[in-house]
Design a protein around this ligand. Structure first.
Ligand SMILES: Cc1cc2nc3c(=O)[nH]c(=O)nc-3n(C[C@H](O)[C@H](O)[C@H](O)COP(=O)(O)OP(=O)(O)OC[C@H]3O[C@@H](n4cnc5c(N)ncnc54)[C@H](O)[C@@H]3O)c2cc1C
Length: 509
C-alpha cells in the first residue's frame, strides 16, 4: 500500500492499516504536517460551530471529538468552550443555537452573562448571550508524529521529502508510482498494490497525475498567535461563520482565526497585513483585550473543500470529507481522501482503510476506535511547558538551555535528533523546531535559531554550509509569519533579529 501525504489523514491511515497488518509506505513531499495539518487552528470541535450550516459535519465532529478525548488524551487540552454573542449580532441565530445543538445531540449549557465573564474575564461587557460547549484544543504535530511513530513500529516505511511526480498505468491500474527526493533530486519508483491519495489540498493535483479529476476548492485561512494565553477556554463568536470568530488556547499561547479566501496557487500561501488587520479589528468586539495584545506571528493554511466550485461563499461548502474510489473513473487501485477536519481525521482514516482493505481482501477490522494512541518519543517535545517542567525538576549543570523563551535544553534537542535519526532523517533546525517548541516563543528564533544550529555543528550533525542554508530557510519561513505582525514589541524584536542575522551572518533574504 502506498499512502501519499504525511498530514493527519495520511499518518492516521498509516496507523490504521499498520494495526490491521497491512504493509505500507507513506511518502510526503516535505516533513510531517508540511501541509494544512501543520497550519490550522488546533480546535477539537464539539460540533457546535456547524449546527446551523452543516449538521452532518456537526455530528461527525461531536462523535470523533468525544472519541479522541479517550483515545489520544495526550494530544488534547480538554479546556471546554464558550459561544458568545455581542450587541449587534444576529439574534435569530442566537435564539436557534441551543435548539440546533440539541438536534445534533451536542451538549450545550446556557450561561448567565455574569457567569460567562467570571469564567473568562476578558470577554466584552457587551455580551448578549453565552453558552458552554465541549470544545477542546488539540496538538496537530503531536497527533501526526505519534500516529506515524506507531505505524513505523508496526512496519510502515516513512519517506519524507519524497514527492509523487507521476504514475504509470496499465490494465486500469496504477502499475508504478514515480517519486523524486525533494532534497537530492534522486528519482525512485514504487510498485504498490493500492495507492491512497491523502494529499489534502493537493489531492486534485495528484489525481490529475493519474489522469482523474477531483473538484477541489482551495480556501486559505490565516491565523494569529498571541504572546501569552488570553483565555482558558476556546471562545467562539455565536454567529454564522465569519472572520476572526474563534480564539483557541494552544498551551501557553492563544490562536485567533480565521479568514476564508479562495486561492489557486498552493505554493504561495501566506497571511497578509490586510487579513491580520481585519481579524484583530473584528475580534476585539468579542475580546477587547486583543486590541493591545502582543501577536508574535501569523500563519496560513489551506482548506481543501471538496464540492462545487460555483458556491458563492466557501464557508457554505460542506466541511465533511470525500472518499473517492476511482474505480468509477477507470482506475481500480487508486483511492482519494480529502476535505474533512483535523477533528475527523481518525474517521477519515478508518473509512479509507476499510475501502482499500476491501480491495485487498483484508478482513481485519479497524482498531483505532478501541486502541489508544500510544505516547511516543518523537511526539513528546511538542507539548508546551513539558521541557521546562522536567528541566526545573532536575538537570545536569552542563544541560544548558538552547531556547530560553520555551526553555528547551540541550538534552531535549539530543532526544529529538535521536528520534529523527531513527526515522532515517537528517536532523536540522527546521526538523527540530517542528518536533519541539524551538522558535515558537516571543523571540521567534532570534536566539534559539543560531544556538541550536551551532550546537548541531558542534555535534558534527551539520556542515558549515548546511548550517547557513538551514538558518536562511528557517528565518525565511518565519519572516512570512512575522511580517504581518510588525508593530509595537514584535517590531522591535524583528529589528533585533534582522541586526543579528543580517549584521553578523550576512543572511539577507
Ligand atoms: C486555517 C485553517 C484552520 C483550520 N482549523 C481547524 C481546526 O481548528 N480544527 C479542525 O478540526 N480542522 C481545522 N482545519 C482543517 C484541518 O486542518 C484539515 O482538514 C486537515 O489538517 C487536513 O489534513 P490532511 O492530512 O488531509 O491534509 P494535509 O495536512 O494538507 O496533508 C497533505 C500532505 O500531502 C503532501 N503532499 C501533497 N502533494 C504531494 C505529493 N505530490 N507527493 C507527496 N506528498 C504530497 C503535503 O505536503 C501535505 O503534507 C483548518 C484548516 C485551515 C486551513
Amino acid at each position: 500500500m502506498l499512502i501519499i501525504g504525511g498530514g493527519a489523514t495520511g499518518t492516521g491511515i498509516a496507523r490504521d492499516l499498520a494495526l490491521r497488518g497491512v504493509r505500507c509506505i507513506l511518502v510526503e513531499q516535505g516533513d510531517i504536517n508540511a501541509g494544512t495539518s501543520g497550519a490550522n487552528h488546533g480546535l477539537l470541535h464539539s460540533g457546535a460551530r456547524y449546527v446551523s450550516s452543516d449538521q452532518g459535519s456537526a455530528i461527525e465532529c461531536r462523535e470523533e471529538g468525544a472519541l479522541l478525548k479517550q483515545m489520544a488524551p495526550q494530544c488534547i487540552d480538554d479546556a471546554g468552550g464558550l459561544f458568545v454573542a455581542v450587541e449587534g449580532d444576529d439574534e435569530k441565530y442566537v435564539a436557534e443555537f441551543p435548539h440546533l445543538c440539541s438536534e445534533c445531540g451536542i451538549p450545550v449549557k446556557e450561561l448567565d452573562l455574569k457567569e460567562a465573564r467570571e469564567l473568562e474575564p476578558v470577554l466584552s461587557d457587551k455580551l448578549i448571550a453565552a453558552y458552554a460547549v465541549n470544545d477542546a484544543s488539540i496538538d496537530p504535530f503531536k497527533l501526526s508524529l505519534e500516529n506515524i511513530a506507531q505505524a513505523q513500529e508496526l512496519g510502515c516505511t516513512l519517506l519524507r521529502f519524497t514527492k509523487v511526480i507521476g504514475f504509470e498505468k496499465k490494465n486500469n491500474k496504477i502499475q508504478a508510482t514515480h517519486l523524486q527526493d525533494t532534497v537530492t533530486g534522486e528519482k525512485i519508483i514504487i510498485d504498490a498494490n493500492q495507492v491512497v491519495n491523502a494529499s489534502g489540498a493537493w489531492a486534485g493535483e495528484v489525481a490529475a497525475l493519474a489522469g482523474v479529476k477531483i473538484d477541489i476548492i482551495c480556501s486559505k485561512g490565516s491565523l494569529l498567535v498571541t504572546h501569552n494565553r488570553i483565555t482558558d477556554r476556546v471562545v467562539n463568536r455565536l454567529r454564522a461563520s465569519a472572520n476572526a470568530d474563534i480564539l483557541v488556547p494552544g498551551g501557553t499561547v492563544s490562536i485567533l482565526g480565521t479568514t476564508s479566501i479562495r486561492i489557486e496557487n498552493l505554493n504561495q500561501v501566506y497571511p497578509t497585513v490586510e487579513e491580520v488587520d481585519a481579524m484583530v479589528g473584528e475580534a476585539v468586539k468579542m475580546i477587547p483585550a486583543l486590541e493591545n495584545a502582543r501577536f508574535i506571528r501569523a500563519y496560513a493554511g489551506v482548506r481543501p473543500l471538496v464540492g462545487s466550485r460555483t458556491a458563492s461563499d466557501d464557508r457554505n461548502v460542506s466541511r465533511s470529507f470525500a472518499l473517492i474510489d476511482h474505480t468509477d473513473d477507470g482506475l481500480e487501485n487508486f483511492v482519494s481522501i480529502s476535505g474533512g477536519k483535523l477533528t475527523t481525521y481518525r474517521l477519515m482514516a478508518e473509512k479509507t482503510a476499510d475501502l482499500v482493505c476491501g480491495h485487498l481482501g483484508v478482513s481485519k477490522p479497524c482498531l483505532t476506535r478501541t486502541e489508544p494512541l500510544p505516547e511516543t518519543q518523537p511526539g513528546k517535545w511538542t507539548q508546551p511547558g513539558l521541557a521546562p517542567k522536567l528541566w526545573m525538576q532536575k538537570h545536569e549543570p552542563e544541560d544548558i538551555l538552547l531556547c530560553e523563551c520555551e526553555m528547551v535544553p540541550k538534552s531535549v534537542v539530543d532526544s529529538i535528533v535521536d528520534a529523527i535519526r531513527k526515522q532515517d532523517g537528517q536532523p536540522d533546525l527546521k526538523a527540530i523546531s517542528l518536533r519541539s517548541r524551538i522558535g515558537k516563543g516571543a523571540c521567534q528564533g532570534t536566539f534559539c535559531g543560531v544556538r541550536v544550529t551551532a550546537y548541531l555543528f558542534d555535534q558534527g550533525e551539520l556542515t558549515f554550509d548546511q548550517c547557513l542554508a538551514g538558518l536562511r530557510e528557517f528565518l525565511g519561513k518565519r519572516w512570512h509569519g512575522q511580517y504581518p505582525t510588525l508593530w509595537d514589541k514584535q517590531l522591535v524584536q524583528s529589528e533585533l533579529l534582522e541586526a543579528l542575522y543580517c549584521g553578523l551572518f550576512g543572511l539577507e533574504l
